[in-house]
Write a protein that binds this ligand. Structure first.
Ligand code: C2E
Ligand code: MG
Ligand code: MG
Length: 592
């Protein structure tokens, strides 16, 4: 039984090296050539002992890639991890009837290939067709050569496991060590830590200013600090260009460990801000050795570090709910590209906008909808913020614009003088040809500029103010109307309102809701309206859900309203029907 388990471990050690069935290589062949020369024998091999075969990593004078393990002297070398000398196979009671002996082999000498942990992987062996004696010098040469083979094996194994910048073992090694831990201590609960040195934007802008060598210096500094903070028997791993990982002591518990890491982070930050402006963050994830897949340990620790960065604390503990949210974000991000290309996932709904004094509908807001093939309907409030941070923002607005203008052209062609507003992302205002592209599209559909209104939020314009303003001015000059969306939720300043080439202010629904329940809120909204009017804006109230709110908004001078009280966002045909129901004259126009 014990022998069985030792053999299992031995085989594990061999398989982990990923050496079996690999290509021959000169660095090994060189050694077998030397062995054959030293012994002046025609046959030499580096032979690894697998389940039931001897596989040759290098071979001279041997035709086959492997031979059966049974009664192979190399297997004895591997099992005993000791040298085996057989001066004459025919004189040996055990090997006399082996495959080798039947092929005419008389002499065998094999030195063990032993790992640091003491596992025998196989043998470096020489064989002869005549009985032969071995001198002590030959034996020790064979041992030396076997050690050289082992050094070569270890070297190859270590290659690609050390990060050159930090000199620390890398991600692959971290994952392997976690797998080992699972084998050696299954069921043990432990904490893994991930240190993330800087936000991507920080890195990008710093290396633009200071050159990429600066990142290397920062990484080296951090590697030193992290290594110094860990006891010598614990490894730190360099798992991504600016990320490090390590495991807490086995007996460490979360409650007492978090404050320690906070102190550590403070020291790390203090060291690195001497030269750079970066904000390191730390993620901790509890895991169970042998149960939590190693990749999940790394992933959840990284997610915790990212979450930490978003909080003030900078030390974050993984939680499964935030992990699920991360996965969903990732799925949405991944799948949106194909949604843009598919013809059945995205569509635009239209929510009517109503003039409060007359009740007339002047137009609608275009709102994007996504039916994900497996997740079903996903709200734009969820997917827009995710894709807005990517280059897909450009394609998305282009897609919506195309759909909306085609629809508008159809409506206008039917004699309906509607105006549609389209929501625009920050990234769009950074496109240098954004305004020009919209003008081209309007021309393509023979639509006047004032058929289109663009909605931008205050934060959208803050991103790259100068570039955004330039695009907005061009759009304004072209006669395209602009609305400030979600007004009141951003950093609205009076001076700012004055500067913008906008025509409409849309008061966010969070203010509108409360005008009938709170006198203060009513005063606030009235002030917003008066202020906007003073600057020449038209005011739209968002999120009107009841008659009472609609009346209150009309009474304090709001110009237009949008909300479930009038209609939810509607499919184009439903929107048309809604218009007809409200004003039968629309039907005549549409029919014409
Ligand atoms: P938004 O531009 O402020 O749009 C108004 C949101 O309020 C819409 O949510 C609309 O359905 C909702 N709404 C309208 N009336 C009521 C009401 O009476 N009560 C309540 N509770 N809600 C009401 P929706 O369609 O889910 O869109 C959410 C946000 O997603 C939009 O906010 C906008 O920022 C963004 N979005 C939607 N479509 C697009 C798009 O095509 N491009 C971009 N960049 N963003 C879009
Ligand atoms: Mg909007
Ligand atoms: Mg809004």
């Amino acid at each position: 039984m014990a022998e069985d388990s030792i053999e299992t471990e031995r085989l594990d050690a061999l398989h982990q090296l990923n050496l079996l069935d690999t290509q021959p290589s000169e660095s090994f062949d060189r050694i077998t050539r030397m062995a054959s020369q030293i012994f002046n024998l025609p046959i030499s091999a580096i032979s690894l002992t697998d389940h039931d075969r001897q596989w040759f990593k290098s071979r001279i004078g041997v035709e086959h890639l492997s031979i059966p393990r049974s009664k192979a002297p190399c297997a004895q070398v591997a099992e005993t991890a000791d040298i085996v000398l057989l001066p004459d196979l025919l004189a040996d009671p055990y090997y006399r009837d082996s495959v080798l002996a039947s092929q005419g082999v008389r002499f065998y000498a094999g030195a063990p290939l032993v790992t640091r942990e003491g596992y025998g992987l196989g043998a470096l062996c020489v064989l002869g067709m005549q009985p032969r004696q071995v001198t002590e010098a030959e034996t020790s040469a064979l041992r030396d050569l076997a050690d050289m083979v082992m050094a070569q094996i270890e070297l190859q194994h270590a290659f690609g496991r050390i990060e050159p910048v930090s000199g620390l073992p890398n991600r692959i090694q971290f994952l392997e060590d976690l797998a080992d831990l699972g084998r050696d201590n299954p069921g043990r609960n432990q904490l893994a830590v991930l240190v993330d040195l800087a936000r991507m934007e920080q890195l990008n802008s710093s290396s633009r200013v200071m050159g990429s060598g600066f990142v290397d210096d920062m990484v080296k500094d951090a590697a030193r600090t992290i290594r110094a903070a860990l006891p010598s028997n614990r490894s730190a791993y360099h798992v991504a260009p600016t990320q490090f990982a390590f495991l807490a002591e086995a007996e460490e518990d979360l409650a007492s460990y978090v404050p320690k890491l906070r102190d550590f982070l403070a020291s790390l930050a203090a060291k690195s801000t001497r030269r750079f402006v970066t904000t390191p963050s730390i993620g901790i994830t509890p895991f169970t050795a042998g149960e939590t897949p190693p990749r999940d340990v790394l992933r959840t620790a990284l997610n915790a570090a990212h979450d930490a960065r978003r909080s003030d604390d900078l030390v974050g503990v993984y939680s499964s709910s935030s992990d699920a949210a991360h996965r969903r974000r990732f799925t949405l991000l991944n799948d949106f590209g194909s949604a843009l290309e598919a013809d059945d996932q995205l569509h635009v709904l239209y929510q009517p906008r109503v003039e409060l004094s007359t009740g007339a509908c002047r137009g609608a807001e275009a709102l994007l909808r996504w039916r994900h093939p497996t997740l079903g309907d996903v709200s734009p409030a969820e997917f827009i913020p995710i894709i807005e941070q990517t280059s897909m923002a450009r394609g998305t607005t282009a897609w919506v614009m195309e759909a909306v203008l085609a629809q508008l052209a159809e409506w206008r062609g039917a004699g309906l003088n509607l105006q549609v507003s389209v929501n625009v992302s920050a990234a769009n205002l950074a496109e240098s040809d954004f305004a020009a592209a919209i003008q081209l599209r309007l021309m393509k559909y023979r639509l006047p500029a004032d058929a289109l209104e663009l909605e931008v939020t205050e934060s959208t314009m803050m991103v790259d103010e100068a570039a955004a303003l330039e695009q907005l001015r061009t759009l304004d000059t072209a006669g395209i109307r602009l609305a400030i969306d979600d007004f009141g939720t951003g950093y609205s300043s009076l001076a700012y309102l004055d500067q913008l080439p906008a025509h409409v202010v849309k008061i966010d629904q969070s203010f509108v809701k409360n005008v009938i329940s709170s006198e203060r809120e009513l005063t606030l909204v009235r002030t917003m309206i008066n202020l906007s009017h003073a600057f020449g804006y038209r005011v739209v109230a968002e999120g009107i859900e009841t008659q009472a709110v609609a009346s209150a908004m009309r009474d304090i001078g709001c110009d237009e309203a949008q909300g479930y009280f009038y209609a939810r966002p509607l499919h184009p045909e439903k929107f048309m029907q809604w218009l007809i129901d409200r004003d039968p004259k629309t039907a005549d126009k549409a029919a014409a």
